[in-house]
Design a binder for this molecule. Sequence first.
Ligand code: XMP
Length: 514
Amino acid sequence: MTDAPDTVLVVDFGAQYAQLIARRVREARVYSEIVRFDTPASELLARRPKGIILSGGPKSVYADWAPAVDPAVYESGVPILGICYGAQLLTQQLGGVVSRTGRGEYGRTALTRTTTSTLFADWPPQGPADVWMSHADSITEVPTGFVANASTPEAPVAVLSDAERHIYGVQFHPEVVHTERGQELLERFLFDVCGARPLWTHTNIIESAVAAVRAQVSDSHVLCALSGGVDSAVAAALVHRAIGDQLTCVFVDTGLMRTGEADQVEATFRSQFHMDLIHIKAADRFFGVLQGVTEPEAKRKAIGETFIRVFEEVAADVEDARFLVQGTLYPDIIESGTRDAATIKSHHNVGGLPEDMAFALVEPLRPLFKDEVRAVGEELGLPEEIVWRQPFPGPGLAVRIIGEVTPERAEILRAADAIVIDEIRRAGLYRQLWQSFAVLPAVRTVGVMGDERTYAYPVVIRAVTSDDAMTADWARLPYELLERLSSRIINEVDGVNRVALDITSKPPGTIEWE
Ligand code: XMP
């Protein structure tokens, strides 16, 4: 890439607001990064940002320990946009007044513009605009040098600006889809106020990743553990584009994959991309270590350790392999000042190998959000089935087989799961759902089929909507679809005589059963 992308920094005041803003900025093809609110101004400015956006946040500017940005940024001349909490913060820090009026606004609100503004340049010239509000305190007096540009019924100052100093604030959330033309407002800030250039294109993302990988690994050999999922697939395709035959991919078939996954990996990486692919069929070994293991964490541990051992054996045979590809994404590394991270389950990630392996990591997806990873995958020519595949846990079907994992029970679940995926696809719901799959409980129930008593397993259907897997809701699947699923699973899968539906959200449930 000839030009480094112009960067806009998003200062994170907590909750999930900053991530959404950063994604919207990138949708405008401007590179954005999230930074902690307590980063000193000197550090922020050393990044030479074209603009700084102050995000919303859950606190009041009057709360104890209310997070604040280093006020030196206001003197830097770098354009600033405060959103919600960010707007109130800049008002307070620059000498205006934020009042606890006791009259908040939540949800859709009509915005009345009282002046023109660069930010409104793409909006219809007149009439109220629908914006999305979520605030308790209100800005009641603008700081010296600022003008109020718009109001709502409960917010006398809903937009404020000091065009000379390039500082703007909006009380509403332009980043949410419910704000009509919010994206256009953000673009006017990015392009007209900041003068940022839309250089963060998929082609440029690929070019810069390729250049970075080449510079990092030079002529060494690189290993990549493929899982069949989108992240490791896109990471492998990017690294392959950078260094071709210096990359060796390893696909460990644990016997706990979904139907057709191994074939798809072969077809894509060996036949289409002509990659050096080592395909290890290790199902017996995995079922061996899982024998008699029923406790969920013990299962996860057994699978994780076996995976590492198998991978180590393969790696030892690849000459001069000094690097390992890892599909780390940007949301995995965002360091928020406010997020807590209680461990509910010990996640096993393919490629998430232990520190004591003597590899340096190659992480070509590190700057990317998931939607960017998918777009890059499509651009690199990966098949739609891989690019849009729903997430699948590292330990595979094992965390959906309650009780002991045996080859027979894995076969039952794999067959039921294939029917779930097939019917969900036919119903056109596959991409809308975060995940949809089958679970095999460790009980058997009585049934009757063709005048015969049966005593067999139930299968539970789990389908959820979610944005990030942190929270999820159970999907309201159409009755006709549920009827087809029930009938097909019972008729086509030996060993199953009953189908149930999981109607638990997260929290209190988790998405997977183990
Ligand atoms: P839970 O069950 O905790 O899952 O609600 C949240 C998301 O994480 C996936 N998951 C895993 N992914 N390795 C992974 O790479 C794992 O060990 C693992 N366990 C759960 C799960 O499918 C869901 O999308």
